[in-house]
Design a protein around this ligand. Structure first.
Ligand code: FMN
Ligand code: SF4
Length: 446
């Protein structure tokens, strides 16, 4: 038994807790003697046992929990609970389904890559010759990279300039509804702490001199990205920074710099950050208006089943939502918004603006290493790679995947082609195993 629509059946942790189907499906066992199986983002064995003991379900089903950790049942059976890679309820997986693209998972970078890249969720090939690898940055990409390098048997040093690990997660998991996302950090940290071949140093910013002194065989730069004050024109063409002392980015707010209200939050990132930050500012007592060129608040969250609940959350706090408008100017007292299609202007009285839009990689370390390429090569460093947002700013899922890929491929003499893919063969005579009447074959990187 499950719920009526994808949005309620497969709801995100931002708005819905574990076992949320219970009040809707608890009557079913009274109507049948047949075994009843249900779902509800079950990740904790206690929640599963509770529903069985209380006679709600006979069997526990898990769609997302098994995407995040296909070995979840075995780990429970063998009492390896600390090893479970718990689903965080971000719903990136269901967004792939809505998009008709291969599945992706924030917690499990091997999801969807089992066949096409040959990545096993639990096993990685160990290296014959361990190398000393420095990973700079302990955000989602750096943590995943260090963990996978460690599993492969490399000697890993993970350095983080902040006092805590997690990178962007350190701030984002404190935003309304996002605490479960901390599992991305906590799972990896828990595993890393058990590894004798991985050392971790916090509050340790490194530059070229420190790297030359350490003289690792390889360097992975996973230093993340920063939000900018850039504005876009209607065709998503950057039109320049909005420079004013009262213009903020999510990084300012993460650093504890709160804008003075009334505030306009202008969002053209369109995933969760604009909506959740608006809620956060309102919860701090700041009067805030949300504006976006998209048709809805946090428009891309339609893909993660969150959009209706984002609107509901903003409405609950009585936050005005302006859609289909671009921000064109701000003078410290008035923000000018232009209708996306008619160009008609509206003016909003506000003391500050928060822009949630473009991010750029923190590329200073890579640039500095490139500037001193001869010294770096002289120190014996064979390669410098970027991972995660430092390579291409994206969602957390992309950072984890990128960190994992770098760790799997860093020491290969030849980089593998991106992935194997299926292609249909229609009506050809010689199709080998696929059969004369057509069928499916596979190729890697063609
Ligand atoms: C990637 C993905 C694809 C899904 N595809 C289907 C589907 O094709 N048909 C369906 O009835 N439910 C589908 N579901 C919903 C699941 O079957 C399940 O009911 C839902 O995810 C709630 O279970 P969970 O909390 O264990 O994830 C899908 C869920 C995910 C995450
Ligand atoms: S993508 Fe997110 S919601 Fe889906 S299984 Fe992975 S962690 Fe869970």
């Amino acid at each position: 038994v499950k719920m009526d629509s994808s949005a309620t059946d497969c709801s995100a942790s931002r708005f819905t807790g574990e076992g949320s189907h219970e009040p809707v499906i608890d009557f079913v066992k009274r109507l049948t003697k047949k075994p009843v199986v249900g779902v509800g983002r079950f990740t904790s064995p206690d929640a599963m046992v509770s529903q069985i003991r209380r006679g709600i379900l006979d069997l526990i089903g898990g769609a997302r929990p098994s995407i995040a950790d296909p070995f979840l049942p075995r780990k429970i059976k063998e009492g390896r609970l600390d090893e479970i890679r718990e689903c965080i309820g971000c719903n990136i997986c269901i967004s792939s389904w809505h998009d008709s693209v291969p599945v992706r998972c924030t917690q499990n970078p091997t999801a969807g890559e089992e066949w096409r890249s040959g990545w096993h969720p639990e096993h990685v090939d160990r290296v014959a010759q361990a190398e000393r690898i420095l990973v700079v940055g302990a955000g989602p990409a750096g943590l995943e990279c260090a963990l996978t390098l460690g599993r492969r048997g490399h000697q890993v040093t993970l350095v983080e300039s902040e006092r805590t690990v997690g990178g962007r997660l350190s701030f984002e998991t404190r935003l309304p509804g996002l605490s479960a996302w901390g599992r991305v950090r906590d799972y990896r940290l828990g595993r890393l702490k058990l590894m004798t071949n991985v050392e971790m140093f916090l509050s340790s910013p490194v530059g070229v001199d420190e790297i030359l002194e350490l003289a690792p065989d390889r360097v992975v730069v996973a230093t993340g990205a920063r939000w900018t004050r850039m504005l876009y024109a209607s065709m998503e063409i950057p039109v320049g920074q909005l420079d004013h002392p009262q213009v903020f980015t999510p990084d300012d707010i993460a650093a504890g710099r709160l804008p003075e209200g009334p505030t306009l939050l202008f969002d053209f990132d369109n995933y969760y950050m604009g909506g959740v930050l608006t809620e956060h500012l309102a919860s701090q007592g700041i009067s805030v208006t949300y504006a976006t060129p998209a048709g809805h608040a946090s428009a891309w969250t339609i893909m993660t089943n969150e959009l209706p609940l984002v609107h509901r959350a903003l409405a609950k706090r009585r936050i005005p939502v302006i859609t289909l408008h671009l921000l064109s100017a701000f003078d410290g007292e008035t923000a000018t918004l232009k209708h996306l299609f008619t160009g008609e202007e509206v003016w909003l009285t506000c003391r500050s603006v928060v822009i949630v839009g473009l991010r750029t990689p923190r590329g200073e370390l890579v640039a500095a290493l490139e500037d001193r390429a001869a010294d770096v090569a002289g120190a014996g460093v064979r390669s410098i790679e970027r991972a995660g947002d430092a390579l291409a700013p994206g969602a957390i899922v992309h950072a984890v995947h990128s960190g994992h890929r770098v760790a799997r491929e860093i020491d290969l003499s030849e980089k593998p082609a991106p992935y194997r893919r299926d292609f249909p063969i229609v009506g050809t005579a010689d199709v080998g195993d696929a059969g004369a009447a057509g069928g499916w074959a596979s190729t890697r990187g063609k």
